[in-house]
Design a protein around this ligand. Structure first.
Ligand code: NAP
Length: 254
């Protein structure tokens, strides 16, 4: 199945230092890509880069706050300086600083969530597109949404709004950039065991109630997302664009 290979490709992964982004970075490296890991904390980036290098591929780390436009420009610039190209972008970094009813969301919280989870994805995608167009070889952009973007998460309303926007952003970019040879797809994870979601799984009773409704009978691990991301990035998915793949153990489907 050589069409699943990412050999010779360069992938930028935001939030690549921990959790789902780290697992996607390792999966893409195992499939043959050199990877660029972008996040804020240097120590986590260094640890993830070491793990990527164990696959035999190269890893570049770039300290990046995705809310900072200049940092996004620096990320693409450093990627091209080091590897000469950019073929795959995984927009994965996101935040959820607020729990509770949407009536309690103030303007500052709204801006933080939307700037981190949506605006940054568009701004970085635009920069990646420019580079991909210059290369003339197309590319693949993968946005990480959430099943919360398909149906409202209780107490996670603002986050759900942002993740629904990610799904539509994916479809709009896919429609407009298909003629550039750029495919844009989305992954919507269900509950995955990472620091981000700790409040949803570290209470045993609550976890048992959640998993009892899930066909897979368990919550997800970060590694469960790697296969879908590698597939969407690869030539095996060359006729797949504007789609959202749900990876949630069947929770929203069944
Ligand atoms: N875990 C779940 O159950 C779940 C479910 C559905 C969707 N998701 C989505 O999956 C994605 C990854 O989540 P995760 O669970 O893997 O979270 P995580 O383990 O907390 O990792 C988040 C990653 O994003 C980085 N990050 C956060 N804010 C950033 C910023 N402003 N600029 C740059 N990097 C930033 C973090 O590094 P630094 O803190 O060092 O910057 C870290 O590398 C998110 O889009 C999330 O919404 C998660």
């Amino acid at each position: 199945m050589t069409s699943f290979s990412l050999a010779g490709k360069v992938a930028v992964i935001t939030g690549g230092s921990r959790g789902i982004g780290r697992a996607i970075a390792i999966g893409m490296a195992e499939a043959g890509a050199n990877v660029v890991l972008a996040a804020r904390k240097a120590a986590d980036l260094a640890e993830a880069a070491e793990r990527v290098k164990e696959t035999g591929r190269e890893a570049l780390t770039v300290e990046t706050n995705v809310r900072d436009g200049a940092a996004l420009e620096n990320l693409v610039r450093q990627t091209v300086e080091r590897f000469g190209r950019l073929d795959i972008l995984v927009n994965n970094a996101a935040t959820n600083p607020v729990f509770g009813p949407i009536a309690g969301i103030d303007e500052r919280a709204f801006d933080t969530v939307m700037n981190t989870n949506v605006k940054s994805m568009l701004m970085l995608s635009k920069l990646a597109r420019e580079q991909m167009k210059q290369q003339g070889t197309g590319g693949s952009i993968i946005n990480v949404s959430s099943t919360g973007g398909l149906r409202p998460g209780r107490g996670l309303g603002m986050y759900s709004v942002s993740k629904a926007a990610v799904i539509m952003l994916t479809r709009v970019c896919a429609g407009e950039w298909g003629s550039d040879g750029i495919r844009v797809n989305c992954i919507a994870p269900g509950l995955i065991k990472t620091e981000f979601s700790r409040a949803l799984w570290d209470n045993e009773e609550r976890l048992a109630a959640t998993t009892s409704t899930m066909p897979a009978g368990r919550i997800g691990l970060s590694e469960d997302l790697a296969g879908a991301a590698v597939y969407l990035a690869s030539d095996a998915a060359s006729f797949v664009t504007a789609q959202t793949i749900v990876v949630d153990g069947g929770q929203t489907g069944a």
